[in-house]
Design a protein around this ligand. Structure first.
Ligand code: FES
Length: 496
């Protein structure tokens, strides 16, 4: 065993182990799940360590290597060493919005909680029996240690990591429940009911349900939730509570969309309305003449700030907005400090600005490669290609649902944009780069974390659960894999 100091604390580590094996979970960002692809798991380490790996030579400059910067998922311990890892930054967490007037019918008299398990963040709120919100809490989803996107985590679960993935997210939720309880001056065991929402994969991983069906064709989810479990079975600190998991629509349209649809109120009336939630998937739902049709397209991690050369989550140091002023690019940096990277909303703005300045052409060719956005933050030609794939997938999903229902942009009365990315997105820029149809931009309504707000509604009025379950059961999910219109729209959508 080698003697190692981690953040000043002495530990013993087997020779040959990776630095990431000995660091406390959450010490670094790990968007690629430890595969050496993202270059984000940087730590400072000195002592007997392996020579820089090929991946480290790609991601780290000679100056950084000389200063002891290493990638935790690549550097191996060969003897005594010291490691310093700064805690991964806190992402912006989108919280719930104002709830509509409800007919209160909770299943508890004391305290209840609603929780949104997002792929990137966790968010929760605590209520008392008369519908007063007592506390809110949010934080990163600790499962990010297994990768930024759903696919990496499902892969990790299928390779035997299911128990650890479940434990990690349960601990994350438990921490939020503890924080909210202490703010409200109660113990978490006094929480009698908790409603948990999330996409289908997140609910599978939380409940340690084997996710094989989410990874293989025909991608038919065997468990769609809309069910109540003892919270103790999920190892949550509200040991006496019932946990209701919101109903999913299909393998790729989850309970978070059912909750957001409930909160948005788009279903049920005579108006034709659409809801979209863009993250690593672009989930879209269209309500038209009493029918709900949904689809999900793979957008990849670009809009979550991962996978790009200088991509990062929306946290301190991220360029989150960019505009053109006096013929030049003006960036805004979260926290107003030194720019460290660029998050999803910043990327969309930056591409719109580069188009306006003719640095980027319609085909996606970048005149200056890399294009400097806020020194040292830049976008490369490869980054642009990645965003092109993501935005064309999302816009093709929107157009295909409209085509199937025979609906034009003019007939759509409202486009509700849900989710964290949508909340910070400049919709004008989204229209300019073709992520959203330009004709729908004036009809956009930003919903915020509709999934959490919807979960709160299901917490405070149990009667709504039946409505949302039957809406989800009646919804149709469009299979885009063999849809010719989708393929055409996808190819066309590649252009800016
Ligand atoms: S390079 Fe180490 S987590 Fe991505």
């Amino acid at each position: 065993m080698a003697a190692v100091k981690v953040n000043g604390k002495a530990v013993e580590a087997p020779y040959g182990s990776l630095l990431s094996d000995i660091l406390p979970r959450g010490s670094t960002d790990t968007p690629c799940g430890g595969h050496g692809r993202c270059g984000k798991c940087r730590v400072t380490a000195h002592g007997a360590l392996s020579a820089p790996s090929p991946e480290e030579l790609v991601h780290l400059t000679p100056g950084e290597l000389a200063a002891g910067v290493r990638l935790a998922c690549c550097a191996r311990i060969e003897g005594g060493c010291t490691v310093t890892a700064n805690a991964a930054g806190q992402s912006r967490v989108q919280m719930d919005g104002e709830l509509p007037k409800l007919r209160l019918n909770p299943g508890f008299t004391g305290y209840g909680a609603a929780v949104d398990v997002g792929t990137t963040t966790l968010a929760a709120c605590l209520y008392n029996g008369d519908g007063t919100r007592l506390a809110r809490a949010g934080g990163p989803n600790p499962q990010q240690a297994w990768g930024a996107d759903v696919i990496s985590r499902v892969g990790a679960a299928l390779s035997g990591g299911g128990r650890d993935l479940a434990r990690s997210v349960r601990e994350g939720i438990g921490e939020l429940l503890h924080r909210m309880s202490s703010e409200a001056g109660i113990g978490p065991e006094q929480i009698e009911e908790v409603v948990i929402t999330g996409n289908t994969a997140m609910l599978y991983l939380l409940t340690e349900t084997g996710p094989e069906c989410l990874a293989r064709a025909p991608f038919t989810a065997g468990r769609l939730f809309g069910e109540e479990l003892p919270a103790a079975g999920l190892r949550l600190p509200c040991v006496h509570a019932k946990a209701y998991l919101t109903r999913c629509i299909s393998a790729f349209v989850g309970g978070d969309i059912t909750s957001a649809l409930l909160y948005s109120g788009i279903c049920g009336g005579p108006k034709t309305r659409m809801l979209i939630d863009v993250g690593t998937n672009g989930e879209t739902a269209l309500w038209h003449r009493g029918r709900l049709t949904c689809c999900s397209t793979a957008a990849g991690p670009a809009f979550e700030g991962a996978g790009l050369s200088m991509g990062m989550p929306g946290q301190t140091g991220a360029v989150d907005h960019v505009l053109v002023k006096d013929g030049g690019i003006f960036p805004h940096v979260l926290g107003e400090g030194t720019p460290l990277g660029i998050c999803g909303s910043g990327v969309v703005d930056a591409l719109a600005c580069l188009l306006e300045l003719n640095i980027l052409d319609e085909s996606g060719f970048l005149e200056d490669d890399p294009a400097i956005i806020a020194p040292p933050v830049s976008l490369t030609q490869r980054d642009v290609r990645m965003v092109q794939l993501a935005k064309s997938a999302v816009s093709a999903g929107i157009r295909t649902l409209m085509h199937r229902a025979g609906v034009t942009c003019r007939e759509i009365e409202e486009l509700v944009v849900a989710g964290g990315f949508g909340s910070y997105l400049n919709v004008e820029s989204a229209g300019k780069i073709g992520l959203l149809p330009m004709e729908l931009v004036p009809k956009v309504k930003v919903l915020g974390n509709g999934a959490l707000s919807g979960a709160a509604m299901l917490l405070l009025d149990r009667d709504m659960r039946g409505c949302s379950e039957s809406l989800a059961a009646r919804a149709e999910t469009a299979d885009l894999s063999a849809d010719e219109y989708f393929m055409e729209a996808y190819t066309e959508g590649m252009l800016f």
